[in-house]
Design a protein around this ligand. Structure first.
Ligand code: SAM
Length: 206
């Protein structure tokens, strides 16, 4: 997976590659999909949600430009796999998920895997986590209609926010960087994520 899917497609940050070597992805997928855990695509994790393709997790992580030891917020815990990758590199990871069952499952797996630097929250991550801000990095693993201002304002000086932005069925992966009160945006690539549902995301359907 690391050689073919990540290095082969240009992922080069040694911290990111090392994190992928350390995290056992098969622990984060439902048992019925264990044989496909390292395949080059997303997999279902229940509640209509997915664990993202390994390359997309690597690209988003690399796009945060982490040096190591930072405090990072992840919106959309899902399986917990992205949180584990971040926890390998960062000092502190805060992860927030709106589906309580998914959060509990991720918490159980991450605790079994030995991670002690992850803070779990259940709720609407489009609001960020005001009391834990500022964050050196914020990664949103669901697709938003727009970049939520709340999240931009919870970035530390020089911090980066990586987020898929666009329609319900296709988005652009965008990196936002804070410099004082100014925010610059850079398009990374097209992507397809499940919707970010919440106050500053998409409305809940039905
Ligand atoms: N990062 C996850 C992983 O490593 O498995 C993949 C996440 S999945 C593609 C997107 C997740 O975002 C889903 O679990 C979904 O329930 C969650 N989500 C959607 N809107 C959210 C919101 N406003 N706040 C928190 N979580 C949200």
């Amino acid at each position: 997976m690391v050689e073919d899917q990540l290095i082969g497609r240009g992922i080069s940050d040694p911290k990111v590659l090392k994190a992928f070597m350390n995290v056992r992805r098969h622990r984060f997928v439902p048992p019925s999909f264990a044989a496909d855990a390292y395949a080059d695509h997303p997999l279902p994790i229940g509640h209509g949600q997915t664990i993202s393709q390994p390359y997309m997790v690597a690209l988003m992580t690399e796009s945060l430009r982490l040096k190591g030891g930072e405090k990072v917020l992840e919106v959309g815990t899902g399986s917990g796999y992205q949180a584990a990758i971040l926890a390998e590199i960062c000092g502190q990871v805060c992860t927030i998920e709106r589906e309580a069952d998914l959060l509990e499952n991720a918490k159980r797996i991450l605790s079994k895997e030995g991670y002690k630097n992850i803070d779990f929250r259940c709720g609407d991550g489009t609001r960020g986590i005001e009391e834990a801000a500022p964050f050196d990095g914020i990664i949103v693993t669901a697709g938003a209609p727009l970049v939520p201002e709340t999240l931009k304002l919870q970035l530390a000086e020089g911090g980066r926010l990586v987020i898929p932005v666009g329609g319900m069925f296709g988005q652009m992966l965008v990196a936002v960087q804070r410099k004082g009160d100014e925010f610059t945006e850079e398009n990374i690539c097209g992507c397809v994520f499940v919707p970010l549902i919440g106050e500053y995301g998409w409305p809940e359907r039905g």
